[in-house]
Design a protein around this ligand. Structure first.
Ligand SMILES: [Zn+2]
Length: 266
């Protein structure tokens, strides 16, 4: 990934997707150091109770991505595996953690605060899909569900699809308990490779605590669905370790803000 800035707004793009002529996309950054106001932070949280500010931020992000006269569709995320197909502008949608479309000029938006947000793009259609893949979505195979939907709806071909897995909490920072590990073991093949015992400062395993790798769990789902390894880009950024760039639920608790992944076809 690398950073770009436009219209006073800085954001990240995937290297593998930045030069696609029919696609606009970006992951918003928290601290807006390119802004005239160096202390400005950009937050896409619904729950902060200021819909007008959220709207302003969405409009600003659209402008930065070169999208004008558009109406972004923002998912209400519920940690499920439902995929919603967007087939008309301004569509009202049920709660969903994955969205996809083949229509141009409809920005799709997911928001995150540690969970991986993913973008899938088939330049041959073109078609676009986004998924929110926290541990619950991951064990419900939301990535595979999204690809299956895009194949069925838009005749996408996995071998030409390009995927980006965005900034998220890394394995070393993501401590989970037995409930999560049980769900991983029950639902994901080769699950033992996705987690390891969490160790204390003396290198001794902490009872009932593991480190889970959501990046790798979702990379495996992309490969399982038929994507080529060379067409998968994984963000190098850990959200827990980079408070200037990202919000983190683990670090900041329920009051944490949200960054946005926005993407649209041109
Ligand atoms: Zn980390």
């Amino acid at each position: 990934m690398h950073s770009l800035a436009a219209h006073d707004l800085s954001y990240l793009v995937f290297d593998r997707l930045a030069d696609q002529p029919r696609l606009r996309h970006g992951v918003s950054l928290r601290r807006q150091s390119n802004s005239a106001d160096k202390a400005l932070t950009l937050d896409f949280n619904f729950a902060s109770g200021d819909p007008a500010r959220l709207r302003t931020n969405l409009d600003g992000f659209c402008r930065a991505l070169g999208l004008s006269d558009v109406d972004p569709i923002v998912a209400s995320q519920v940690h499920g595996n439902a995929v919603t197909v967007i087939d008309q502008p301004g569509q009202t949608i049920p709660p969903a953690d994955a969205l996809c479309t083949a229509l141009p000029n409809i920005p799709l938006v997911l928001r995150g605060a540690d969970c991986p947000l993913m973008i899938l793009y088939d330049p041959g259609v073109p078609a676009l899909g986004l998924a929110h893949a926290g541990w619950r979505g991951t064990v419900q195979k939301i990535t595979i569900r999204l690809i299956e939907t895009m194949i069925k709806q838009f005749a996408c071909q996995p071998a030409r699809m390009i995927a980006g897995i965005g900034p998220a909490i890394c394995r070393h920072c993501y401590q989970v308990g037995p409930d999560v590990i049980d769900a991983v073991r029950q639902n994901l093949p080769d699950s033992e490779k996705l987690f390891s015992p969490d160790l204390d400062t003396n290198g001794v395993p902490i009872p009932e605590k593991w480190q889970l790798d959501l990046f790798e769990a979702n990379r495996r789902q992309l490969l399982h669905a038929g994507l080529l390894d060379s067409n998968i880009e994984i963000s190098p950024w850990c959200t827990f370790e980079n408070p200037e760039k990202f919000y983190s639920y683990r670090r900041e608790g329920p009051a944490a803000g949200r960054w946005a992944l926005m993407a649209a076809l041109k």
